[in-house]
Design a protein around this ligand. Structure first.
Ligand SMILES: [Zn+2]
Length: 348
């Protein structure tokens, strides 16, 4: 068949079909080679200041033979190291989300799916069912537990800060103790803010440095505020918030200049001071999280980290974003095992 005919056929596909065709072609052309280069990249980034033992941080490390892993692309040889201090061995992927993975060739594709925010079932389908959606649940949360560690930089100048609430949810838990399960998100039992809701604080400066964190159940408290963001603030910051009292007393104790805005849905501005950026961050976050039909509260911080990353990259599914997300995730220590991810609980 002639390439023009093929293009015509491809053009007739719907958006889903086109997406699948892209994945198919990518897997045929460069997908097999890319993950191996990616591991090289991880190795270089991880050891940019020299070899360090992931178990005890010692620099006294020697190379300790190679080991072979079997992938669908064939056998791959990997370097093993040994620490002279603690005598343990490790490799480039020890304590990373990719530790012990037997399917390195699928991770780049999986990262693509994460950028798109696809459901786990859709991800499994796009990975041609080589991995079950249950396994992909663990992959997702291992990556997220790295993204959660991406540092928040110190804020500069004007900071817009506002809280938003998510329903407390024990989605996925078998024996719910607190109350009957809600179907798909559902509505809060009480009007106003109660323990049925989980407070999420977002603070964002005009350079788009963003903090987003789960502060606990019920109304926001000043002490929680300081624990969450105190370390990122300096007395040169100007705080813009809604009129909630906790923010005022917090700004006072920190000695920060403070502008308050009524949160009645009307947009208000005092010159360059307003809370429109943080409010639109909230709406993007809510809209994005809706696709998951309710998120278990114990994983909410993971989803916040995921969203913060995607929002900073403007949701673009480019090769450089994929590479950045995978490689930089491997630079943080992730020791989560499938078992402790499953047993994670929400504690405040
Ligand atoms: Zn060691």
């Amino acid at each position: 068949m002639d390439i023009r005919e093929l293009k015509k056929l491809a053009d007739a596909l719907d958006d889903n079909g086109k997406q699948e065709l892209i994945y198919f072609l990518q897997s045929r052309s460069m997908g097999m080679k890319a993950p191996i280069r990616m591991v090289d990249e991880i190795q270089e980034q991880k050891h940019k200041d020299g070899l360090v033992c992931p178990h005890c941080d010692s620099h006294s490390v020697v190379r300790f033979g190679k080991y072979v892993i079997k992938t669908r692309a064939g056998e791959v040889k990997r370097q093993r190291y040994r620490c002279k201090s603690c005598r343990l061995t490790f490799n480039d992927l020890t304590n990373t989300p990719l530790q012990r993975t037997r399917r390195p060739h699928l991770w780049v594709r999986f990262i693509e799916c994460m950028i798109e925010g696809f459901s786990l079932r859709k991800c499994a389908e796009l990975l041609h069912d080589e991995v079950t959606h249950v396994t992909l649940f663990y992959w997702r949360h291992k990556i997220l537990s790295a993204l959660k560690q991406f540092p928040t930089e110190t804020f500069q100048g004007i900071i817009e800060m506002d809280e938003t609430y998510f329903l407390f949810s024990e989605k996925g838990k078998r024996n719910m103790t607190e109350r009957k399960p809600r179907k798909r998100g559902g509505k809060a039992k009480y009007r106003g803010i109660s323990n049925d809701q989980v407070c999420v604080l977002v603070a964002r400066d005009r350079q788009k440095t963003t903090f987003s964190g789960v502060l606990g159940r019920g109304r926001i408290r000043t002490t929680k505020l300081d624990e969450a963001i105190g370390e990122y603030l300096s007395d040169s910051n100007v705080l813009c918030t809604d009129s909630w009292r906790a923010f005022s007393s917090y700004a006072n104790t920190k000695g920060l200049a403070h502008y308050r805005f009524k949160s009645d849905g009307k947009q208000r501005v005092k010159g360059v001071y307003h809370i429109q950026n943080v409010n639109s961050y909230h709406s993007r976050l809510k809209r994005w999280i809706d696709r998951f039909n309710g998120v278990a509260t114990k994983y909410l911080q993971h989803y916040l980290a995921w969203f913060r990353y995607l929002d900073s990259k403007e949701y673009e599914n480019t090769m450089s974003n994929k590479k950045n997300m995978l490689v930089s995730s491997c630079l943080f220590t992730v020791k989560e095992t499938n078992t402790n991810l499953r047993r994670a609980s929400f504690s405040f």
